[in-house]
Write a protein that binds this ligand. Sequence first.
Ligand SMILES: C[S@@+](CC[C@H](N)C(=O)[O-])C[C@H]1O[C@@H](n2cnc3c(N)ncnc32)[C@H](O)[C@@H]1O
Length: 214
Amino acid sequence: MTRTFDEQFWDERYGGKSPVWSGKPNPHLVAEIAQLETTSTTVLKTALDVGCGEGADSVWLAGRGWQVTGIDISQVALQRAQNHSAQLLLQGAIIWEQHDLLQWTPPTSFFGLVSIQFMHLPRTHRERVYARLAAAVAIGGTLLIVGHSVSDALAGARRPDNPELFFTANESAAALEPTRWRVEIAESRPRLEKGYDGGTITVHDEVMRAVRLA
Ligand SMILES: C[S@@+](CC[C@H](N)C(=O)[O-])C[C@H]1O[C@@H](n2cnc3c(N)ncnc32)[C@H](O)[C@@H]1O
């Protein structure tokens, strides 16, 4: 039976004593924003961190002067994220909101950056949800989508046992209307991770960054 990754699942996942994630920003976010900030003269510094979890990406962006909206289905995760930002005195720069992406429509043409990091939804939901998230990017703004590669499970990584949750960077790029988007990056990047047996394995992240033209 396929597991349902709903609010209850995620609240339980975040309900333990220890943090679920590292507390550090995702490396592809750091690399792509650094690239963006050095190559663009004007960057609209409003960001939507989709499925923000414990908030490390939102906090990192806020620390660089971005006004961030971090959204997640899990109120437990959002409480952790809020505590993290309060400790760093960054509360004013981040709005934390609970939304279920399957129901929520973000404001249209609003954000300078929409960042979707490791948000794995079934294909039928993903196409609809990602189209709404792409529409939330302002003209001139950036859409950044990062996901695990479907090949990671075969390499020995801990991943959900459902291949349809995964997508390639090229699939993310192909979903964008070419007259309205310029795809800057669409590639599979290797990274080292601890596998099921505790050994170090090579996994791949699917990274797509595009700029909205119209
Ligand atoms: C794999 S975690 C990634 C967290 C964070 N982006 C990161 O990279 O560390 C996926 C996140 O998406 C959230 N999520 C899952 N389904 C969601 C939905 N339907 N609506 C909003 N958030 C959802 C989960 O609560 C979880 O925090």
